[in-house]
Design a binder for this molecule. Sequence first.
Ligand code: ZN
Length: 165
Amino acid sequence: MLGSLSVRIDVKDNAAHYTFSGEVDEGFSHRLMPDLAQADTFLDLAQVNAFNSCGIREWVFWIKKLSINTRIHFIACSIAMIDQINMIPESLGSGTIESFYAPYFCVKCGEVNKLIELSEHQVKIANKKAPFFACESCSTALTFDTLDSSYFLFVEHQKGFPNAS
Ligand SMILES: [Zn+2]
């Protein structure tokens, strides 16, 4: 545990996999993170709930250090992670967001978080438009539950992502 954050690390096939869960706060320190020197680094961020200002500073240090030697893949970014990248783009370093959660709303069922694979919705997201989804429970068209022009800002910081058309 690093403060309120738990980190599980697996190394397999020249790749390091980090699975995070909890809050990135003053208990997180880039000095405590091992240097695994793998070609690829996968960060599973689905369970990251919040960042505070101390935590984000350390996170930015860590990502910057990590960016030197490895390709960083951001996987299943939570809404808290995406909000953080939108506010402080350095949180992404040289990383690439491959999938992320986005807030939707079903008029019948309530809030729904959808996991979006960026590669499947590149054009929409490059134009900062929420992809269409139907509710898995009742098939009603879901409404995007925040401002798409703000939520998809992160694509501007993503290397190699196609420009908006
Ligand atoms: Zn529904």
